[in-house]
Design a protein around this ligand. Structure first.
Ligand code: SAM
Length: 88
């Protein structure tokens, strides 16, 4: 599916992990940016999306990087945040 001209242009995610959410959403936006704290997971996700120029995986703390990422966007974005499982 191609991105709608009326929908969000960007997907910004604060926790990549393996990139499954990015993989699901990237077809619906023009560009996806996902931030992963863990260096190894970041490298794996970069490898996963190496052929997709519309996906950018950033390595770092989303709390620090997110303001700068958002400041560079010129169109509406949909934000995805970390999903955690409550401790039992
Ligand atoms: C529950 S997983 C995210 C699931 C992912 N959104 C998906 O689609 O499968 C949580 C991830 O957040 C990362 N993480 C935790 N704190 C973070 C932070 N401050 N900035 C960026 N990533 C963080 C962890 O390393 C882990 O890979």
């Amino acid at each position: 599916m191609k991105p709608s001209q009326f929908g969000p242009a960007y997907f910004v995610e604060t926790s990549t992990y393996c990139g499954d959410t990015t993989a699901e959403i990237r077809d619906h936006v023009r560009r996806s940016i996902s931030i992963e704290l863990d260096e190894t997971l970041c490298a794996l996700a970069r490898h996963r999306f190496r052929r997709h120029a519309d996906v950018q995986i950033l390595w770092g703390d989303s709390g620090q990087l997110l303001p700068g990422v958002l400041a560079e966007l010129d169109k509406p974005a949909v934000l995805g945040s970390m999903v955690t499982t409550p401790a039992e």
